[in-house]
Write a protein that binds this ligand. Structure first.
Ligand code: SF4
Length: 129
């Protein structure tokens, strides 16, 4: 018989009470495992939300791309229909990058090649035809 198998047959004396600290440790580990399980479950929910948002954005981008590409205000990928305030320019560049807006003859214009989703709900869309 090996030492390992001898050890596996060892049993605690039944009249020895479990150490209080060990019980506390066990409870703490159980609480941590429960918390980890909650985090994993909520992470899965977040991933589902992100996938849903991604799908919606793909549709919005496609729709916006089609509208901007057929709009009379589209001038080589820049929207000439909107004039942007400085705050709007700062906000768009901060969120989408410096090339989200381009200056044309002193006026800031939306780069619709990069922000085509804007066309999806644009109220001033006007067909080239
Ligand atoms: S649809 Fe709107 S955002 Fe797009 S080019 Fe036309 S006016 Fe600009």
């Amino acid at each position: 018989m090996t030492v390992l198998s001898e050890q596996s047959t060892l049993q605690p004396e039944t009249n020895i009470m479990p150490n209080h600290d060990l019980i506390e440790l066990r409870n703490s580990i159980d609480a941590i495992l429960k918390k980890i399980e909650e985090i994993v479950n909520s992470h899965n929910e977040v991933v589902q939300y992100i996938n849903t948002i991604r799908t919606i954005m793909n549709i919005v981008n496609s729709l916006g791309n089609w509208r901007c590409s057929t709009c009379k205000f589209n001038n080589n990928g820049l929207c000439m229909g909107w004039k942007l305030s400085n705050d709007a320019v700062d906000s768009l560049r901060k969120t989408f990058g410096i090339d989200a807006v381009n200056e044309v003859e002193g006026t800031q214009r939306i780069n619709i090649r990069k922000l085509s989703f804007i066309g999806a709900l644009c109220p001033i869309y006007s067909s080239k035809r």
